[in-house]
Design a protein around this ligand. Structure first.
Ligand SMILES: N[C@@H](CCC(=O)N[C@@H](CS)C(=O)NCC(=O)O)C(=O)O
Length: 215
C-alpha cells in the first residue's frame, strides 16, 4: 500500500536515521515510515537506492534522497518552524557536522568495536574521540545548545553520535570531565521530539498498512 506522503526507510537504532527522523519532526513534516532490518533489506529499498544504507527518503514525485543530512535539509527547506537553518550559524554547523561524521565517527566506531581494531587499546580510541567532546564541551560552556540559545542543525545531527559514544560505557562517560556535554545529552534524551523519534515500529513488509510518522 502507498500513501501520498514522502516515504522514509529507517532503522530505529541507526544514528543517521535518528537524525533524519529528528529533522523531520523539527520540520513538522509527517511521512510514511518503513522500518527495515539491515540484514534483510527490502527489495523496494534496494531498487530505489542500491547502496543500501538508511535513511532513504522517497519523495512523492519519486525523487530519492539517500543521505541523512540531505533529508534534513530538504525537510527544513520545506518548513522550518523553529528556525534550525539559521543562516548565521549554518556554516559553523556544517563544519561541526563534518567533524562529527568524519573524524569523530571513525574513533567512535573503533571505541565501540575495539576488539575488531587491535592496533590501539579501547582507552586510546576513547581518548581520540574525546578530542571532539572537548570541542563540544567548550561550546556548551557558553550556551545551552551547541551554537547558541536554541537548537541548531548541529545539535540534532551530532546528538545521536554522542549518545552512541556514551552508551559504549555509560559509567565511564558520566565520569568524564564534560559536565555541560553530559547535561546537554541528558536533556536531549528526555526531549519530547527525541522520544518521539525513538518510537518502535514493526519491520515493514510489502503489503503492510501504511504507518505514518509521527503517529
Ligand atoms: N552517509 C550516510 C550513512 C548512513 C549509514 O551508514 N547507515 C548505516 C546504518 S547506521 C547503514 O545503513 N549501513 C548499511 C548496512 O549496515 O548494511 C547518511 O548520512 O545517511
Amino acid at each position: 500500500m502507498t500513501s501520498l506522503l514522502p516515504c522514509l526507510y529507517s532503522f530505529r537504532r541507526c544514528p543517521y536515521a535518528m537524525r533524519a527522523r529528528l529533522g523531520l519532526l523539527f520540520a513538522e513534516l509527517p511521512i510514511e515510515i518503513r522500518e527495515i532490518v539491515l540484514k534483510n533489506k527490502p527489495a523496494q529499498l534496494l531498487s530505489i537506492s542500491p547502496k543500501g544504507t538508511v535513511p532513504v527518503l522517497q519523495l512523492v514525485d519519486d525523487e530519492v534522497i539517500e543521505e541523512s543530512l540531505e533529508i534534513i535539509m530538504w525537510a527544513l527547506k520545506c518548513q522550518d518552524p523553529q528556525g534550525l537553518l539559521d543562516i548565521e550559524v549554518l556554516h559553523q554547523a556544517t563544519v561541526l557536522i563534518e567533524q562529527n561524521d568524519n573524524d569523530f565517527k571513525h574513533w567512535l566506531n573503533c571505541y565501540k568495536y575495539a576488539d575488531r581494531h587491535p592496533e590501539m587499546t579501547q582507552i586510546e580510541y576513547r581518548q581520540q574521540g574525546e578530542a571532539f567532546l572537548h570541542v563540544l564541551e567548550a561550546l556548551l560552556t557558553k550556551t545551552p545548545f551547541l551554537l547558541g540559545n536554541s537548537v541548531s542543525l548541529a545539535d540534532i545531527c551530532i546528538m545521536p553520535f554522542i549518545r552512541q559514544f556514551a552508551h559504549v560505557d555509560k559509567n565511564i562517560f558520566n565520569n568524564l570531565p564534560y559536565p555541560n556535554l553530559q547535561a546537554w545529552l541528558q536533556n536531549w534524551l528526555e526531549h519530547p521530539l527525541f522520544l518521539e523519534a525513538m518510537t518502535k515500529f514493526t519491520p515493514w513488509q510489502d503489503g503492510d498498512e501504511v504507518v505514518i510518522f509521527p503517529s
